[in-house]
Design a protein around this ligand. Structure first.
Ligand SMILES: [Zn+2]
Length: 676
């Protein structure tokens, strides 16, 4: 797990820009982003501003991934799944709360990033319906007519306004911004009658996204009063994380708790970034890292997430993480990086995006899990499940395993990752948040600039940028150098290779003219991390590696509605052995693990499409068996490999194949550690 560097973080919050070299007048390195301005009665500026939707377009493998997504469930849900297709939000009689807004939250950026005409047209129809059916009192049509006299959980409206703000950014349709402002005004008065409760009380900060969006375009001061009112009525996670038993994993079939809900825990880290923009309180700046550190310490998983099935459930790799938490944590990290400019958040974002996200979606993007496990050797309907509160279907790949929230919310993961790949700096340069192939169009210092990013990263360690301003111009590019990238270098055109310092944003400022190639190298070294119960996991660069296991997919739930292909439910069982210990010297993993590049597949995150394959050495542990439908607990394996009376060394050494975690559907990731 990437360590959080408090000093680097504080340096970025206070705008501590440490120039390491200014000689030659071209290349300058800094440790953090542009300095946020002090509060002046309005909002504190973020370190970096996301570019308007559509300014960053996916290319290469990322374009293929988004196309798969649009051709899969994301581009089809509104055609057949009642909770979206017949949503009350769109004039139907099905669910009228969070599901249609959730779907739009991902479908809007997906459609506009791909410039997918038919999908854009359908979305425009849905948004037209929402806006044209907004009532004169400002409430949207699913809000109960008599809600004034009843309690109504505002969470869905906080979400809907965030979605509509995104649509406004994509299209500029003025009616949509007017709708958002009317809705927010209704909320300002409504909160006095009906204070936040339930989901709205735990997710109040999502409202700040649309409030800030509207404030920055209208300057209406009451909007900031509304933001403060939401904060005052909402849960204070700083207090919660001191008082609540956050450190304790939820017991098997334990008690569902608001305070330990994994999706709330994944959404809430951005609360401190958003409230920091309200008044620049230093403690808000500190807390995001403290919160993530606590989640890591007690519930952290090697895939960049923390467990929650669906309440926080400890570090055991058999526990699950809900898909909603994955995509929400990504959005939190995008927000945190934007506001605070600390590259540690972007490192973490890549960890989640390249590992946890693709692993829990099927390679064709038609099915998904509710819960993924780091050690997941089979996915079956399992009445003997060991989740804290989820049900027996939670790790199936299917249409709506366990519950339909993830079915509607999963869509935002890849598109928002793509749209946040580059952001604008306060001094009108560009900063690379994450590395993936894309094309960027931005206006910097009154000059149109295009940047092409050509790379198969994270499956390769080289990146070529082609920077082309419309006329000669000087501006900076801030290149994120991950914390793991020892020996990173950059070369401009035919110039000399220059070193870059890891865990920084390397500032490359020069006079750009014509088309200039910039070559970046982020060397990836293999590493072994020691995890739960002394098990070991293999990492290299931003990717975690897992045992490749042969898999048999079996259709299930064929009698349930809407399970016809291609959006069916599947169990997956292993067809090859999985119960291996890994022979590795954790100080010299390169002695026993060999990495080999392969072409990145049409489906980049699939067992067959893996762009890197590793060969390692292991021995089978015959006593380690499937228990209650899962890979047993590592403590069971402990008995076999740690007991000198029953040495595992009587098993032959075998070559085993590891592939990126994100390319697997079933896998073993945390291995019992064998020395020989
Ligand atoms: Zn969910």
């Amino acid at each position: 797990m990437c360590p959080m560097d408090r000093r680097a973080f504080l340096a970025s919050v206070t705008g501590g820009v440490a120039a390491a070299s200014m000689d030659a007048g071209v290349d300058v390195m800094v440790h953090a982003g542009a300095q946020p301005t002090a509060p002046t009665g309005g909002l504190v500026d973020p370190a970096f501003r996301p570019l308007p939707l559509g300014a960053v377009r996916p290319a290469g493998w990322l374009a293929r991934q988004l196309r798969l997504q649009a051709d899969g469930l994301s581009g089809s849900l509104d055609r057949f799944w009642p909770d979206v297709a017949q949503s009350e939000w769109f004039g139907g009689t099905a669910e009228g709360w969070e599901r249609a807004p959730y779907w739009l939250d991902g479908a809007i950026p997906l459609a506009w990033l791909l410039d997918d005409g038919p999908l854009k047209e359908r979305i425009t129809g849905y948004v037209d319906y929402i806006v044209s059916h907004q009532r004169s009192d400002g409430w949207y049509s699913p809000y109960p007519v008599h809600a004034v006299g009843k309690r109504y959980d505002l969470w869905a409206i906080l979400l809907a306004n965030k979605v509509l703000a995104q649509y406004h950014e994509a299209t500029g349709d003025p009616r949509v911004l007017e709708s958002v402002v009317k809705s927010l005004r209704a909320m300002l008065a409504g909160l006095d009658r009906t204070p936040l409760y339930a989901w709205g009380r735990f997710r109040w900060y999502e409202g700040l996204v649309s409030i800030f969006y509207a404030y920055e375009r209208t300057g209406e001061p009451w909007l900031l009063d509304l933001a403060r009112k939401l904060r005052a009525q909402g849960v204070d996670f700083q207090t919660l994380f001191q008082a609540e038993d956050i450190a304790v994993p939820s017991p098997r079939r334990g008690l569902w708790k608001w305070t330990k809900h994994v999706v709330n825990s994944a959404m809430a880290p951005k609360a401190s970034a958003l409230t920091w923009r309200l008044d620049g309180r230093a403690e808000d700046g500190d807390f995001a890292l403290e919160m993530i550190e606590m989640l890591d310490r007690y519930h952290g998983q090697v895939n960049g997430m923390f467990s929650g099935d669906e309440t926080l459930s400890g570090r055991n790799p058999l526990q699950g993480t809900e898909l909603c938490a994955v995509v929400e944590f990504m959005y939190s990290l995008e927000t945190l990086f934007s506001v605070f400019g600390n590259p540690v958040f972007a490192d973490r974002l890549e960890r989640v995006a390249f590992n946890a996200l693709p692993a829990t979606l099927s390679p064709d993007m038609w099915s998904h899990q509710y819960d993924q496990q780091v050690n997941q050797v089979q996915c079956t309907i399992n009445p003997e499940h060991g989740w804290s509160t989820n049900g027996p279907e939670s790790n199936l790949f299917g249409l709506e395993p366990n519950y339909g929230c993830c079915t509607s919310n999963m869509h935002q993961g890849w598109p928002k990752f793509a749209s946040h790949l580059w952001m604008k700096t306060a001094d009108e340069g560009l900063v690379a948040t994450s590395w993936a192939p894309c094309r960027v169009q931005a206006r910097l210092r009154d000059v149109d600039v295009s940047v092409s990013v050509d790379t198969d990263y994270p499956f390769r360690d080289t990146i070529r940028l082609t920077v082309a301003p419309s006329r000669r111009a000087r501006f900076p590019l801030l290149l994120r150098v991950p914390a793991w990238a020892h020996g990173a270098t950059v070369r401009v055109a035919s110039g000399a290779e220059m070193p870059m310092t890891r865990a920084t944003l390397h500032r490359l400022e020069r006079e750009w003219d014509g088309s200039t190639d910039v070559w970046i190298r982020l060397p990836m070294r293999s590493a072994v991390s020691v995890r739960y119960n002394e098990a070991v996991a293999v990492e290299r660069g931003p990717l975690v590696y897992s045992l490749q296991i042969g898999e048999q997919w079996t259709r299930v739930n064929t009698d349930k509605p809407h399970r016809e292909l291609p959006h069916a439910d599947f169990e997956i069982r292993p067809t090859t052995p999985w119960n291996y210990g890994l022979i590795v010297d954790e100080r010299r993993p390169e002695d026993s693990i060999r990495f080999e590049e392969r072409p990145v597949g049409e489906r980049p995150f699939s067992p067959d499409g893996a762009g890197v394959v590793a060969t390692a050495r292991g021995r089978r542990i015959p006593d380690w068996k499937i228990v209650r439908g899962w890979a047993g607990d590592l403590s069971i394996a402990d008995l076999a490999w740690a007991d000198p009376e029953r040495p595992v060394t009587d098993q032959p050494v075998e070559e085993i194949t590891l592939i990126p975690y994100g390319c697997t559907n079933i896998r073993l990731t945390e291995f019992p550690h064998l020395r020989t």
